[in-house]
Every structure is written in structure tokens, then in C-alpha cells.
Ligand binder design. Structure first.
Ligand code: GDP
Ligand code: GDP
Length: 437
């Protein structure tokens, strides 16, 4: 297994090579300022918390044609980082506002889908420095550091290491949607996986070595790639004899962690059980896309109101999951099973929707104007600025004058407005409230 690669990118003079030297931990720095000296790409090995990794300072990459404009050079450096790195550290200068070049680099990095840690360098006063402008880069929360003084470098490395792939060989193409099929024993997980795989072009079944308690199969549908994680598959293979309820819950939770979209199977004859609630709650917290699949629909005697009644019961039992679409299927007869993948695609897309900051703020101003926050002891909440800092799930930061004035009901109002405007169907959303003083 090769070592994870960490690339440092950023504009000239933000402190990349200073940071590189810090991270390379005491190794002699190669700092070549003389013009005309060709130097190699700068690679160094380092280690943090027992994890070994390789660092590249993309700022050290020399361009053969000296006339290449700086912005083209930076773009190329970012592209090299994207090609080569498992984790990218994007360094910006916290002492000045983001520049157009910062925006350009951020945009290139965002499109790559690679984990990016935003390092706000040259922070002198950690208590006072205001970093909210940098949320605008759409790369999540900036980590304040001082490369020159070696401040907060440990926190930065914690973030970097946390994004290392568990096992590099397990990496799959980012366009592949991973689907976990979860639910109680006997709800029909195996039957559903068999029905689905029976209809699609299976590329690899029983992919080994991922986890020992589920079976993964890769398949293709309409030119798109999927991996289905089948928690019942081991039993089907005769490798597990008996399933305790407890064991099946923990297997489901692990499958949830590894997936993009959860197919939460419910038994039409039994409704929502405590175990179902536990797994659904976990998927919600984990920010995953989710579809509530009511199976064994063929066994239910129905009239024209049955589906609505079921739907209402489910909504009551899973109150925190109003956003999840429901589908009534029969894994046995195949009824509506073909619709499942369309719903999976839709939910996966909703779960990774990104809203432009300008659009968001225009709407937020409108929402606040339509329904101003109530006053509390003579003080009123002011929403200053909002920005989306992440996807999977869509995560928003609201900067306010005083976070204590953000009451549950107003938060709920803003969430409802976000959903009314952007959907996010089948996806949890996160809202972080930050006080700006
Ligand atoms: P790069 O070539 O763009 O990666 O940037 P350098 O590492 O060469 O640093 C550019 C300048 O910023 C140098 O003068 C550094 O001393 C300075 N610098 C780097 N890190 C910090 C920091 O944490 N605080 C301050 N105040 N200056 C820094
Ligand atoms: P698992 O434990 O969740 O994997 O459930 P299985 O797929 O093994 O199914 C448990 C039982 O329910 C089996 O006897 C299946 O034939 C039956 N079953 C599964 N899906 C359906 C369905 O849609 N309709 C009916 N009538 N039976 C089903």
C-alpha cells in the first residue's frame, strides 16, 4: 500500500514553503530563490499520529516557459495537486481578503471532489482573527495557523490525517453511487438485492476484502455505476448461521457509514420498529441520502387510501425524516423495483447539491424580510451572512449577531425555506450558527 500524498497549493507568498518546512518536520528546507535554478518538484516524507505520508509543495514546481502567466501556473499547480494528492492543503493569507486567484484555485479544487483543507496562514492573534470571508471559498471551515510560528499546525495535521483513505486500494471512482440496503432480519434485503442485480448488468459481484460483514456488488444501469452493499449477503452465502438482532443493527450501521444512499427497508405488514428508528436516526446523523422503501407491498390488502395511510404512519414514526421519499415495492414480484434506481440517483444528487453564496444570501435576506425574527428581551436576531460550506449533506453556516437569539423555531423556519427553494429531497441538511462579534 502506498503512502497517502498531501499537496500544498496556494498563491505565491502565502507561506506554502514555510508550511512545507514545518510539516516536513525539521528536514532541511530547499529554498531556492535564485532565478534560473531548475529545481525538482518538492517532495518530503512526514509522519503524524503514526501515519506516514508524502508532502508536495506545488509552489516549488518550476515552469519551463518563464513567460507562463502566474495565474496559469497556479492553475497547473492545483491540477497537479488534484492528480497526485489524497488530501490537498490550500493555503491562503488570513491577513488579506480572498483574491480572484484564491477564488480561481478554490473553484478548481472544489470541482475535483478531493478532500481540501483550507489553511488560513499568518494568523497572529488566534482569539481575534476573523475568518468568515474565507467560508466564501466554499471549502468548509478554515483552519487558522501560523506557519512561521508553528501555531496550530497540530490541528491542521489532525484534519489532514482524518481525510486519509482508510485503505487506498479500496478507493472507488467518485461517480459511483454506493447504496446500502438496511433493515431488520426478514424484511427482504436479500430478495431486493437479488431482484435488482438480476435486472442489471453486474460488473463484479461479491467484491472481497471491503468488510467482513457485508457483500458488495458493482453494477451498471443506464451507463451509471453503482455499488450495492448487501448486509444480508453473508448469511445468504452460508457464512453466517444465525443473526442476532444486535448484530444486524451494528452491521447496518457500518454499511451506512460506507454508503452514499441508504435504502431503508420497512415491512409493509409490520410498520416502523424500534430497530428501524435506530438505523434511520443513525443515517440522518451521518448526513446520508435516504429512501424509505416499504417492502412486501404485495401482501397488503389495499384500497385507494392504503398508501396514504401507510405514508402518514411512517411520517409520524420517523418525525425527523420528513424529507425522505417513500416507495412501496415488492422485492418478490419486482413491483416498482425499477423505480428505485431513479430515486437513488435523485437523492444522491440532492445530497450533493451546492448553492451559490450570492443566490443564498439574496434569498436569506428575503426570508428574513418576509418573516423577521421575533425580539427577545428587546434584542433581535440579525442574520448577517450565510454560506454553504459542504455537501453530503448540504451544510450551511449562518453568521448572526448573537447565536443565543437563534431560537429553534426560527432555525426550523430557515430550514423549511432552504428546502422550499432547493429541495434537498431525501437528504438531511446541517445548519451551523456562528456568532460574529
Ligand atoms: P510561498 O512561497 O508562497 O509558499 O510563501 P513563503 O513560504 O515563501 O512565505 C512568504 C512570506 O510569508 C515569507 O516572508 C514568510 O516569512 C511569510 N510567512 C509565512 N508564514 C507566515 C506566518 O505564519 N506569519 C507571518 N506573519 N508571515 C508568514
Ligand atoms: P432479509 O433477511 O432482510 O435478507 O430478508 P429476505 O430477503 O431473506 O426475505 C425474508 C422472507 O421474506 C423470504 O421468505 C422472502 O421470500 C420474503 N420476501 C421478501 N420480499 C418479499 C416481498 O416483497 N413480498 C413477499 N410476499 N415476500 C417477500
Amino acid at each position: 500500500m502506498s503512502k497517502p500524498v498531501v499537496a500544498i497549493v496556494g498563491r505565491p507568498n502565502v507561506g506554502k514553503s514555510t508550511l512545507f518546512n514545518r510539516l516536513a518536520g525539521g528536514l532541511v528546507a530547499i529554498v531556492e530563490n535564485r532565478p534560473g535554478v531548475t529545481r525538482d518538484r518538492l517532495y518530503r516524507d512526514s509522519e503524524w499520529l503514526g501515519r506516514k505520508f508524502t508532502i508536495i509543495d506545488t509552489g516549488g514546481i518550476e515552469f519551463v516557459n518563464e513567460n507562463t502567466p502566474i495565474s496559469a501556473q497556479m492553475r497547473r499547480q492545483a491540477e497537479i495537486a488534484i492528480e497526485e494528492a489524497d488530501v490537498i492543503v490550500f493555503v491562503i493569507d488570513a491577513q488579506i481578503s480572498p483574491t480572484p486567484d484564491d477564488d480561481m484555485i478554490a473553484q478548481t479544487l472544489r470541482r475535483s471532489g478531493k478532500p481540501v483543507i483550507l489553511a488560513a496562514n499568518k494568523v497572529e492573534n488566534f482569539a481575534k482573527t476573523e475568518l468568515y470571508e474565507f467560508y466564501n471559498l466554499g471549502l468548509g471551515e478554515p483552519v487558522p495557523i501560523s506557519a512561521v510560528h508553528g501555531m496550530n499546525i497540530g490541528d491542521l495535521l489532525d484534519e489532514v490525517v482524518a481525510h486519509f483513505p482508510e485503505n487506498i486500494e479500496e478507493e472507488v471512482d467518485p461517480d459511483t453511487i454506493r447504496i446500502a440496503v438496511v433493515g431488520r432480519p426478514n424484511v427482504g434485503k436479500s430478495s431486493l438485492v437479488n431482484t435488482l442485480l438480476g435486472e442489471e448488468r453486474v460488473i463484479v459481484s461479491n467484491i472481497p476484502g471491503t468488510t467482513r460483514d457485508a457483500i458488495d456488488s458493482a453494477f451498471e444501469h443506464d451507463g451509471k455505476h453503482y455499488i450495492i452493499i448487501d448486509t444480508a449477503g453473508m448469511r445468504r452465502k452460508g457464512r453466517i448461521e444465525e443473526l442476532t438482532e444486535q448484530y444486524s443493527v451494528s452491521r447496518s450501521l457500518r454499511a451506512v457509514d460506507r454508503s452514499d444512499v441508504i435504502l431503508m427497508l420497512l415491512d409493509a405488514g409490520e410498520g416502523v420498529t424500534e430497530q428501524d428508528k435506530k438505523i434511520a436516526g443513525y443515517a440522518h446523523e451521518a448526513g446520508k441520502g435516504i429512501v424509505l422503501v416499504v417492502n412486501k407491498w404485495d401482501l397488503i390488502e389495499k384500497d385507494d387510501k392504503t398508501m396514504n395511510r401507510f405514508e402518514k404512519d411512517i411520517r409520524e414514526e420517523l418525525g425527523f425524516m420528513q424529507y425522505a421519499p417513500t416507495l412501496f415495492i415488492s422485492a418478490k414480484t419486482g413491483q416498482r423495483v425499477t423505480k428505485l434506481l431513479d430515486l437513488v440517483d435523485f437523492v444522491a444528487e440532492q445530497n450533493s447539491t451546492r448553492v451559490a453564496t450570492a443566490t443564498l444570501n439574496t434569498l436569506v435576506r428575503e426570508w428574513v424580510h418576509l418573516n423577521p425574527p421575533p425580539t427577545d428581551k428587546g434584542r433581535r436576531l440579525k442574520v448577517l451572512y450565510a454560506t454553504q460550506v459542504g455537501v453530503k449533506p448540504p451544510t450551511f453556516v449562518f453568521f448572526v449577531n448573537d447565536h443565543e437569539l437563534m431560537h429553534f423555531s426560527y432555525r426550523r423556519y430557515l430550514e423549511n425555506q432552504l428546502r422550499a427553494s432547493f429541495g434537498f429531497e431525501g437528504s438531511p441538511i446541517r445548519m451551523i450558527v456562528r456568532q460574529k462579534d
